[in-house]
Design a protein around this ligand. Structure first.
Ligand code: MG
Ligand code: ZN
Length: 214
C-alpha cells in the first residue's frame, strides 16, 4: 500500500517536472538542482558562484528551506532574483513547488536557475523538479562513507562537489576511497574538490556550469 502511494506521488511529480523542463527549454534557461546535507556548504558555494558568474550569466536562485528565509537573505545581497520556498517541515522540494517559484521569475531574462534543495541526502534525489542536472555537495566533515550510505543522490548527480577540502588534513576523511566509491557508483561522475574559504576548485565548478549552459 505504502509503495503504491509513493509510486503515484512520484508519477504525478514526474509529469509536472516534465512540464517544467519544457518551459525551461522554451525559455532557454538551464536549471541546476543543488542538493546536499545541512551544513555541507550549498549556500556558501552558491554565493561564490553568483559572485563569479553574474556578470556573464543571468542567474536566479530558488531557495528551498524548511521554515526560514536565512539562505534567501544571503543570496539577495548579491543582487540576483531569489525566490524562497518554505516547505513547512517538508524534507524536499517537488516539481509543483519549483513551478510556482519559477512563475514568479522573469524567465525571458534568465540563463540559469540554481535551485538550492532542502538539506537532506535522501528524498531530494527522488523528486525530479524539472532540472537539467542535479549536483550534490558533500563536505569533508560529513565523512567519506556517505556515497555508499546514500547511493541514490550520487547516482543521480552529474557532479559531486567535495567541499571544505581545505580542512582535509585535520580529518580522517579518505579522499581516495571517496573518489573510488563515487566513480564505482556513478562511472563518469564529475568530482570537483572545492573550498569556499580559500577558493580552490571554484573556477572548475564555474567553468563546468558555463560549459553545461552552452
Ligand atoms: Mg543553505
Ligand atoms: Zn522528503
Amino acid at each position: 500500500m505504502k509503495v503504491e502511494v509513493m509510486k503515484n506521488i512520484l508519477g504525478e511529480n514526474d509529469k509536472i517536472a516534465d512540464d517544467n523542463r519544457k518551459l525551461f527549454k522554451d525559455k532557454k534557461v538551464f536549471v541546476i538542482n543543488l542538493m546536499g546535507s545541512p551544513g555541507s556548504g550549498k549556500t556558501s558555494l552558491l554565493e561564490l558562484t553568483i559572485a563569479k558568474l553574474k556578470d556573464e550569466i543571468k542567474i536566479a536562485v530558488i531557495e528551498g528551506d524548511l521554515f526560514t528565509a536565512k539562505d534567501a537573505e544571503r543570496i539577495e545581497r548579491h543582487n540576483v532574483p531569489v525566490i524562497q520556498i518554505n516547505t513547512a517541515g517538508g524534507c524536499h522540494l517537488d516539481a509543483a513547488m519549483v513551478r510556482r517559484a519559477a512563475e514568479s521569475l522573469n524567465l525571458d531574462e534568465l540563463n540559469l536557475i540554481i535551485v538550492e534543495n532542502v538539506g537532506n541526502l535522501v528524498c531530494p534525489a527522488e523528486f525530479d523538479v524539472g532540472e537539467n542536472v542535479k549536483a550534490v555537495v558533500l563536505s569533508i566533515t560529513e565523512g567519506d562513507d556517505k556515497p555508499l550510505k546514500y547511493p541514490l543522490i550520487f547516482k543521480e548527480s552529474a557532479v559531486t562537489i567535495l567541499n571544505k577540502i581545505d580542512i582535509l588534513p585535520f580529518t580522517n576523511f579518505n579522499l581516495e576511497s571517496a573518489h573510488e566509491d563515487l566513480t564505482t557508483l556513478h562511472p563518469g561522475i564529475k568530482i570537483i574538490e572545492t573550498s569556499c574559504t580559500n577558493g580552490k576548485g571554484l573556477d572548475d565548478w564555474c567553468n563546468w556550469i558555463k560549459n553545461s549552459i552552452c
